[in-house]
Design a protein around this ligand. Structure first.
Ligand code: GDD
Ligand code: MG
Length: 340
């Protein structure tokens, strides 16, 4: 079985993390985002994953979310007539892909999508479906008015015939293709069991980490850190060092090679590879980019996002600062703002 992961786009909403690294390679819970998906695909027997990368030699202009399928047509069709998976690269969940295969077989339509319920549907693709059969009656991308609270989770299983509906030009699968398949009564939606989050924005990334670690706690708790200085669900890469007298958690991921000195307080945050947190610093609801340093007694909070190799001086306070790579911060950031 084959799969295609949409890894193009600019990742603007996750800047400054995406200034150096494409969004799908930004680590989430100590693994590049797309690795979570590739592992899930492999686990159900997918043997070939095509990465649709925007702005690469074969794609001179962004082809949107459907155009890349036309570009990869020959790679996706192998004569077996089997359906293939298409995934957005920035969605995190328990990937019940085997269940999706069963669902797809059971309804016999051309395309299956996973849907999930959210409180704020307007920033997603919204789906109106028949409760029993799952048949999609309407698919509306980012509607201005409330349509339904069930949204497209960005995981599709498509018959090869769907490719006949897509031309090799910039095309949105959500705006141009799904509404037509739905109108032909060939689009079916399966309600995704378990958690789901699009982690393409800082706030959702941090929420997603909480949900992901909660799921890990239920499924494979031995992967989580334990000890008297750990609160709730915490992931510590084995090469990271955590000093004495720290209090870590809940919902923290500490990446490879990180050094957390003594007396540090961490909650709801991610430290990317090679980060150093000096003594008695306190970090909450923030993402600390690769190889950054946070000084002694510094306080970093409220969706502060540090790009790669940022240096926050001792005793500095940052409240929601978005800090570009290679900056040194020697002043307090009192309200959320971008520091260039
Ligand atoms: N190859 C390629 N080319 N990939 C692209 C392009 C492109 O031009 N544009 C976007 N992508 C990829 C992104 O990398 C991402 O994996 C996926 O397509 C979706 O793009 P996003 O920019 O993350 O879209 P969104 O989050 O606003 O909305 C999409 O995801 C929601 C769920 O998270 C839509 O599919 C919504 O319907 C859906 O609800
Ligand atoms: Mg997204």
């Amino acid at each position: 079985m084959k799969a295609l992961i949409l890894v193009g786009g600019f990742g603007t909403r996750l800047r400054p993390l995406t200034l150096h690294v494409p969004k799908p390679l930004v680590e989430f819970a100590n693994k590049p985002m797309i690795l979570h998906q590739i592992e899930a695909l492999k686990a159900i027997g997918v043997t070939e994953v095509i990465l649709a990368i925007s702005y690469q030699p074969e794609e001179t202009e962004p082809l949107g979310t459907a155009g890349p399928l036309a570009l990869a047509r020959d790679k996706l069709i192998d004569g077996s007539g089997e359906p293939f998976f298409v995934l957005n690269s920035d969605v995190i969940c328990e990937y019940p892909l085997q269940e999706m295969i069963e669902f797809h077989k059971s309804h016999g339509g051309e395309a299956s999508i996973m849907v999930t319920k959210v409180d704020e549907p307007s920033k997603y693709g919204v789906v109106v479906m028949q409760e029993n059969s799952g048949k999609v009656e309407k698919f509306v991308e980012k509607p201005k008015m409330f349509v339904s609270n069930k949204i497209n989770a960005g995981i599709y299983l498509l018959n090869p015939s769907v490719l006949d509906r897509i031309k090799l030009k910039p095309t949105s699968i959500e705006k141009e293709i799904f509404p037509k398949i739905a109108a032909d009564e060939q689009l079916y939606a399966m309600v995704l069991p378990g958690f789901w989050m699009d982690i393409g924005q800082p706030k959702d990334y941090i929420t997603g980490l909480r949900l992901y670690l909660g799921s890990l706690q239920r499924k494979s708790p031995s992967n989580l850190a334990t000890g008297s200085n750990i609160v709730g669900n915490v992931l510590v890469e084995e090469s990271a060092v955590v000093g004495d007298g720290c209090l870590i958690g809940p919902d923290v991921a500490i990446g490879p090679g990180c050094v957390v000195e003594s007396g540090v307080r961490l909650s709801n945050c991610t430290l990317m590879r090679g980060v150093r947190i000096k003594m008695h610093a306190c970090i909450s609801s923030s993402i600390i980019g690769w190889h950054s340093t946070v000084g002694r007694w510094a306080r970093v909070e409220n969706m502060t996002i540090l790009g790669e190799d940022v240096y926050v001086r001792d005793e500095v306070y940052t409240n929601g600062g978005i800090v570009l790579p290679h900056k040194e911060i020697s002043f307090n950031i009192l309200k959320p703002e971008i520091v260039m």
